[in-house]
Design a protein around this ligand. Structure first.
Ligand code: KG4
Ligand code: ZN
Length: 339
C-alpha cells in the first residue's frame, strides 16, 4: 500500500471509556496515546455519565501528549480525525467538540470517522497488510461483524450480531462470575490455566449472522442450578468456567468465519476489535488459516482495543478522498455503517 508521505493527521477517539489521540505522518503512526478509565471497574459496565466526565478531564492532556510524542508543531497537521460514532453519545460529544474547536482554531478540515470501519483499517497501519479484497471479523464490546473489504473506503457487512456482541458476552459472563469490568481479558487469562470442561449451546443461525444472548441465558441458568447444589461452585470452578465459556464464544466466531471464507472464496482473512486480543481466538484463526490455505492477519495488541491510531489511519483515507465534515457535524450513537 502506498501512502502520501507528506500528509499529517491527528486522530481523536472517545467513543466509549478510553480517551485516545494519535498522529499519522509520513506514512506511519508517530504517536499513540491512550488513557484507560478504570472508574467503571466495579460497576459491571461502562457508566455513560462517568465516562463523559472522564473524557473531559483527559482529552486535553492526551492530545497534548500525542503532539509532544510525535514531535510536531500544530502547523504541520493537515486534518483532524475524530470518532463520529457509533458509541456513547456523551462520550462522542466530548471528542467531537474538541475536534471542532481545533479545526476552528487551526483552520484545518474535520474528518468524522466510523469507529467500526476504523477497527478494520487498523490492519493497514503496519505491514504486512492484507491484500484486497479481504474479510475482517470485527469483534468488540458493542459489535460483532464479518466485513468484506474491497478498498479502504469500500466495505460491506456480510453478517452481524442480532443481539449481544462477542465482547459483551465475555463481559456479562464475567459479571455473573463476579469478575471486574471489562472481564474479557480476565476470562482469557484465567482460561489459560485450565481446559474447557463444560459445554454450552451454540446458536444455529442461518447465513453469517451471530447471536450471543442465548448463550448468556444458558450460562446464567447453568450457574444458578449448580449453585443450588454447591454454594461455592463459582469460586471452586472459576477457571474451568472461564475456559469453557471462552471456548464456546470462540467456536461460534470461527465457525461463522469459516463459512464466510467458503461463501466468498476470499483467502485473506483478518480479525479486529477488542476481542481480537483473545489468546484462543488468535490461535484458532491461525489454525483456520492453515487448514483452509488462507493468509491470516492479527493486529498488534495496541491496535486491538480502542485506540486513536486507527482513527488517524481512517482519517487519512477520508482526507485523501476529500470527504470532509463541516463544523455543523454531529456525532451519532448509532452511526450507520454505510451512509
Ligand atoms: O474494541 P473495544 O476496545 O471497544 C469497543 O469498541 O467496544 O472492545 C472492548 C471489548 C470488551 O468487551 C472486552 O471485554 C473485550 O473487548 N476484550 C477481550 C479481550 N480483551 C478485550 N475479550 C476477550 N479476550 C480478551 N483478551
Ligand atoms: Zn472499538
Amino acid at each position: 500500500m502506498k501512502f502520501d508521505e507528506k500528509v499529517c493527521i491527528l486522530g481523536i477517539e472517545s467513543s466509549c471509556d478510553d480517551t485516545a489521540a494519535a498522529i499519522w505522518r509520513n506514512g506511519r503512526i508517530r504517536s499513540n496515546v491512550r488513557s484507560v478509565q478504570i472508574a467503571h471497574r466495579d460497576y459491571g459496565g461502562v457508566v455513560p455519565e462517568l465516562a463523559s466526565r472522564k473524557h473531559m478531564d483527559f482529552i486535553y492532556p492526551v492530545v497534548r501528549q500525542a503532539l509532544k510524542d510525535a514531535d510536531i508543531d500544530t502547523g504541520s497537521i493537515d486534518g483532524i480525525a475524530f470518532t463520529k460514532g457509533p458509541g456513547l453519545l456523551g462520550s462522542l460529544m466530548v471528542g467531537t467538540s474538541f475536534a471542532k474547536s481545533l479545526s476552528l482554531a487551526w483552520d484545518k478540515p474535520l474528518l468524522g470517522v466510523h469507529h467500526m470501519r476504523a477497527h478494520v483499517l487498523s490492519h493497514l497501519i503496519d505491514p504486512p497488510h492484507p491484500a484486497f479484497p479481504f474479510l475482517c471479523l470485527t469483534v468488540s464490546g458493542g459489535h460483532t461483524q464479518i466485513i468484506r473489504v474491497d478498498e479502504p473506503m469500500k466495505m460491506t457487512v456480510l453478517g452481524e450480531t442480532r443481539d449481544d456482541a462477542a465482547g459483551e458476552a465475555f463481559d456479562k459472563a464475567g459479571k455473573m462470575m463476579g469478575l471486574h469490568y471489562p472481564s474479557g481479558p480476565e476470562i482469557d487469562r484465567l482460561a489459560e490455566q485450565c481446559r474447557p470442561v463444560y459445554e454450552f449451546p451454540k446458536p444455529q443461525l442461518e447465513e453469517l449472522d451471530f447471536s450471543f444472548s442465548g448463550l448468556k441465558t444458558a450460562f446464567l441458568y447453568f450457574l444458578q442450578d449448580r449453585k443450588k447444589e454447591q454454594a461455592d461452585f463459582i469460586e471452586r470452578e472459576r477457571n474451568n468456567l472461564c475456559a469453557s465459556i471462552r471456548q464456546t464464544i470462540v467456536e461460534i466466531l470461527i465457525e461463522k468465519l469459516e463459512r464466510a471464507i467458503q461463501q466468498t472464496d476470499i483467502h485473506e482473512v483478518a480479525i479486529a476489535g477488542g476481542v481480537s486480543a483473545n489468546t484462543l481466538l488468535r490461535s484458532e484463526l491461525t489454525e483456520l488459516g492453515e487448514r483452509l490455505g488462507c493468509n491470516t492477519y492479527i493486529p498488534d495488541f495496541q491496535y486491538c482495543t480502542d485506540n486513536a491510531a486507527m482513527i488517524a489511519m481512517a482519517g487519512y483515507f477520508k482526507y485523501r478522498a476529500k470527504e470532509f465534515d463541516s463544523l455543523e457535524t454531529a456525532p451519532s450513537a448509532r452511526l450507520p455503517f454505510s451512509p
